[in-house]
Design a protein. Structure first.
Length: 228
């Protein structure tokens, strides 16, 4: 679960003045719920994701990730917070100098999991996204939809309670987008809190999930509370 309580983020750069990217944003993403996050370019979506991932720190307000108050987490605690969050990127950021298996295993290797454990978890994650038979291939040999599924397997391989996705269907046609959405729904069904940041209004329209809308740093609509 993620909670934001009156979170603001101001970027200041010398000589450039300052910019309020988020203004007093409060929201809760409960376990087992899939939520869309939308808003025009510059509305603050990436900033929100960066604050949750601890790539940036808020200027004011409090963020709880899986019960951990982030403003009490120092530099050395950041990896532990990130381990609770699976992140899916638009361009999946796979490494093309190694196999599908090794790409998915990477977060576990970094976290120091024992080898036998890694094998079991990687195969379970690849099975979940329907790519068990392709573990030995280089991701370059896969289609765009398959590459995105490898990215999802890597994001969930250590079973994080939270899954964040930044434009995960940005490069995919509607049919493949639907496959990816089905995977996200499956994760929500087993208790993961899923947040999908997207511009894709047709994707949002096709599903009746909760919708958070940012405008110039303000949270202006929450479809659960304010039907649109
Ligand atoms: P979105 O992801 O919705 O496009 P962002 O969170 O990237 O929005 O940006 C929100 C606002 O904050 C924009 O006006 C952007 O220019 C500004 N911004 C983002 N990152 C920085 C930064 N590192 N320094 C200064 N301003 C930034």
């Amino acid at each position: 679960m993620i909670q934001l309580d009156r979170v603001s983020k101001r970027y200041s750069s010398p000589g450039m003045g300052s910019k309020d990217a988020l203004k007093q944003v409060s929201l809760t993403l409960p376990a087992g719920e899939l939520t869309f996050l939308t808003g025009h370019s510059g509305a603050g979506k990436s900033t929100l994701l960066k604050l949750i991932m601890m790539i940036e720190r808020p200027t004011a307000g409090e963020i709880l990730v899986d019960g951990i108050p982030l403003n009490r987490v120092g530099r050395s605690g950041i990896p532990l917070v990130r381990r609770r969050i699976g992140m899916v990127h638009q361009n999946h950021q796979l490494l093309f100098d190694r196999s599908v298996y090794d790409n998915v295993a990477l977060p576990l290797v970094i976290a120091g999991f024992p080898r036998a454990d890694i094998g079991k978890r990687v195969r379970a994650a690849l099975d979940k996204v329907g790519l068990l038979s392709k573990e030995k291939l280089n991701p370059m040999m896969l289609s765009g939809g398959e590459q995105q599924r490898v990215g999802i397997a890597r994001a969930v391989v250590n079973k994080p309670p939270l899954l964040l996705a930044d434009e995960p269907t940005g490069n995919l046609d509607p049919e493949l987008s639907a496959e990816i959405m089905d995977l996200f729904k499956d994760f929500a069904r087993v208790g993961v809190a899923v947040m999908i940041a997207t511009h894709d209004l047709s994707l949002i329209a096709r599903y009746s999930h909760r919708l958070l809308t940012l405008r110039e740093g303000h949270l202006v609509a929450d479809r659960d509370e304010t039907p649109v």
